[in-house]
Write a protein that binds this ligand. Structure first.
Ligand SMILES: Cc1cc2nc3c(=O)[nH]c(=O)nc-3n(C[C@H](O)[C@H](O)[C@H](O)COP(=O)(O)O)c2cc1C
Length: 305
């Protein structure tokens, strides 16, 4: 028996496999495909203070080795989540991480306040890829000073719960964004969110997505995600959660070798709704392939030229 437990940022997880926000609903939708208690953690769909309908359809498009989405953070709002979803989740056994979406710093603070007060919420994940309405609409995540500001506000209202800042790859220097999150008091960073992309339908001569642009995810983005995680692990001293194109236990291990404490599985859940559970099952075999029975020994052991 290989011990898959991981501890970081005040969290103790059964294993390093966490399902990524927006790709696993609120967890409950996937309970017929595997025992949710087996997961290292579940990051729930992005939550806003008020319910959001999201963007007009079509808002999903298949691409070679990936998908484009422009869901627009459709969600029932934080109150409905706390009332209708959280009590049904196995939060005593599996870390439930609340992904937060807001467009102003005070809104982020208010959301943090509401979520951190809940016993069932293990940690907060701050999605900084939304447009900052007070700053003319450019995303928070593209400006290190704004990342530090949002992180500081959330941390102040988080009642001691771990704050994870989720970084966007749509920047020139992701390591300085991670540094800004660390400076703002983040307990960990998670990366990457989707890469901005677009698809065109030649029959209609229109963009495939009603929103024109969307976020690319899936195996197509894994090399970009690995590069980002590598750069960030070398820059910051807080734990890093790797995300992007992970569909197998071997993929997960690649991120751990770079130094990631844990990983999130996203689009793979659309390919096979039981894929996150299969990755957990396969992890010990993949570790043996890498000639180790210890995640601590594997973590950050990448041999650089
Ligand atoms: C349909 C869809 C919805 C998503 N919704 C969110 C969200 O609400 N909040 C967030 O931080 N990330 C969201 N993401 C980004 C994923 O959590 C993840 O960072 C990204 O898809 C890269 O991982 P992957 O290649 O394994 O899917 C979404 C991704 C997809 C595909």
């Amino acid at each position: 028996m290989i011990d898959l437990r991981v501890e970081f940022a005040g969290l103790v997880l059964k294993n390093p496999i966490i399902t990524a926000s927006g790709t696993f609903g609120f967890g409950l939708e996937f309970s017929s495909f595997g025992d949710l208690k087996r997961l290292g953690g579940i990051v729930v769909k992005g939550l806003s203070l008020k319910p959001r309908e999201g963007n007009p359809m079509p808002r999903i498009a298949e691409t070679p080795c990936g998908m484009l989405n422009a869901i627009g953070i459709q969600n029932p709002g934080v109150e409905a989540f706390l009332r209708d979803k959280l009590p049904l989740l196995p939060w005593r056994e599996t870390a439930i991480i609340a992904n937060m979406y807001a467009c102003t710093v005070p809104e982020f603070g208010e959301l943090a306040d509401v979520l951190a007060g809940e016993e069932g919420v293990a940690a907060l994940e701050v999605n900084v890829s939304c447009p900052n309405v007070s700053q003319g609409g450019s995303a928070f995540g593209q400006d290190p000073a704004q990342i530090a500001k949002v992180t500081d506000e959330v941390k102040k209202r988080a009642k001691g719960k771990p704050v994870i800042v989720k970084l966007s790859p749509n920047v020139t220097d992701i390591a300085s964004c991670a540094q800004a999150a660390e400076d703002g008091g983040a307990d960990a960073v998670s990366l990457i969110n989707t890469l901005l992309g677009m698809a065109v339908d030649i029959r209609t001569r229109k963009p495939t997505l009603a929103n024109v642009v969307g976020g690319l995810s899936g195996p197509a983005i894994k090399p970009v995600a690995l590069r980002c995680v590598h750069q960030v692990c070398r820059k910051v001293s807080i734990p890093v959660i790797g995300i992007g194109g992970i569909v197998s236990a071997e993929d997960a291990l690649e991120f751990i070798l770079l130094g990631a404490s844990a990983v999130q599985v996203g689009t793979a859940n659309f390919l096979r709704p039981d894929q996150s559970f299969r990755i957990i099952d396969d992890l010990p075999r993949a570790m043996i392939k890498a000639r180790s029975d210890s995640l601590d020994e594997l973590r950050g052991s990448l041999k650089l030229p």
